[in-house]
Design a binder for this molecule. Structure first.
Ligand code: NAD
Ligand code: MG
Length: 392
């Protein structure tokens, strides 16, 4: 029996890596569903190479463009619009959902996959940042298993007893140590950072990723989002999580226990490794990746974060400590500000300032459902957009 996989966001960086892992194991996985938003060229290539049974195009305005290019032999089904993701997340043929859409827009489909009791291999960290509490509670109810693809969380997962997956406290844990490459501007001054261009910000030294996460990695907001992600996945407060700069990205995170032992997971920076781990778990899948040479590891570096230059991480830490609505505001403001930076509307250092201003301006609200989360997200986006246009 093969496992039916749905890849939401199949044309992205994580989506492509996932498809290449699946391609290496046709005896194990069948590709049930792929989704793309509007990148028709990439979607056609995915259809031709991987022959999925069901194709979703979430931006319906691109329907005609897809129909014109669809190969004649394609016998699968097609669906258009965001709601098609919801249907696919519930479908009985789908055993595993790989949540690889970027940003808050991925929340609802990820949540429905969790409610439907699927194995959810989670790349879309924003979903967990916004609604981690609701998502974990729903997984406990439905029996869904939530496995992290984010390399740091996957590394911690590999170092922890599996019982954490069913909500047991991690016995003997002292701290989780989240490693951070530091991004492309590791040693830059604040003054130089004000002049950063989008092209410089998306050029990550170790990883090839989508544009949004690349900018997040450059501001260190990515590490902030990951800190919040880790609190939910592993059921610990932010105070138990330390962040250490490790520019080579070979150690993907570490776990320290009360007896002084530290466990780490190492590999070359290649997202196919955590993806294969989550897809195959509890088995190990053989994949064709470049092996890590230990001799080459003699120069590994570790250092503290320069919080005065990169304020985003502490914004996220504070939002996590306060909890409730704060991480939703943090995430929404950051998404809007990153987009504005990529469109040359604000400078690089303004990304964190806009996020801080939104957190400051928006009064506390109670959030108790996914609909509450989404309406606060929307409100916060409007405020962030207003702040950006006022600053222009
Ligand atoms: P990407 O930009 O390369 O791909 C995003 C995917 O989402 C594409 O398939 C796109 O079609 C789809 N998409 C975009 N807008 C959409 C919309 N409005 N509705 C539906 N689908 C939409 O991004 P990525 O780098 O693959 O990142 C995906 C997620 O994985 C992010 O949440 C990111 O934080 C996380 N992640 C990525 C990496 C990485 O190495 N790239 C590592 C860890 C975590
Ligand atoms: Mg990561």
């Amino acid at each position: 029996m093969t496992t039916g996989v749905a890849v939401f966001g199949a044309t992205g960086s994580i989506g492509e890596s996932t498809l290449s892992v699946i391609e290496e194991h046709p005896d194990r996985f069948r590709l049930e569903v792929v989704s793309a938003h509007r990148s028709i060229d990439k979607l056609i290539k995915v259809i031709e190479r991987f022959r999925p049974r069901h194709v979703i195009l979430t931006d319906p305005s691109q329907e005609e463009a897809l129909m014109e290019r669809l190969p004649k032999w394609f016998e699968g089904s097609l669906a258009f619009g965001e709601n098609s993701l919801i249907e696919a997340a519930k479908a009985t043929e789908v055993d595993v959902v790989v949540a690889a859409i970027v940003g808050a827009i991925g929340l609802r489909s990820t949540y429905v996959a969790v409610s439907s009791g699927k194995r959810v291999c989670l790349a879309n960290k924003e979903a967990l940042v916004m609604a981690g509490g609701l998502m974990i509670a729903e997984a406990r109810k439905s029996g869904a298993v939530l496995l992290p693809i984010d390399s740091e969380h996957n590394a911690m997962f590999q170092c922890l007893p599996e019982t954490y997956l069913v909500g047991e406290q991690i016995a003997g844990l002292r701290q989780l140590i989240l490693t951070c490459s530091g991004g492309p501007f590791l040693e830059w001054s604040i003054r130089d950072l004000t002049r950063v261009t989008p092209a410089q910000a998306v050029a990550h030294p170790n990883w090839s990723m989508g544009r949004k996460i690349s900018v997040d990695s450059a501001t260190l907001m990515n590490k902030g989002l990951e800190l919040i992600e880790a609190t939910h996945l592993f059921g610990v407060p932010e105070s138990v999580i330390d962040v250490v700069i490790h520019p080579e990205s070979m150690i993907h995170s570490l776990v320290e226990f009360v007896d002084g032992s530290i466990l780490a997971q190492l590999s070359r920076p290649d997202m196919r490794i955590p993806i294969a781990h989550a897809l195959g778990f509890p088995e190990r899948l053989r994949i064709d990746v470049e092996r890590l040479s230990l001799i080459g590891l003699s120069g590994l570096r570790f250092e503290g974060v320069r919080h005065d230059v990169f304020p985003a991480l502490n914004l996220a830490r504070e939002a996590s400590a306060e909890g409730g609505d704060r991480p939703i505001i943090l995430n929404a403001a950051n998404e809007v500000a990153v987009e504005a930076f990529l469109n040359d509307q604000i400078s690089f250092t303004k990304i964190s300032q806009i996020t801080a201003d939104c957190l400051h301006q928006i009064a506390k609200q109670t959030v108790s459902s996914i609909n509450d989360v989404l309406s606060l997200d929307k409100m916060c986006r409007n405020i962030a957009e207003r702040l950006i246009s006022e600053r222009k």
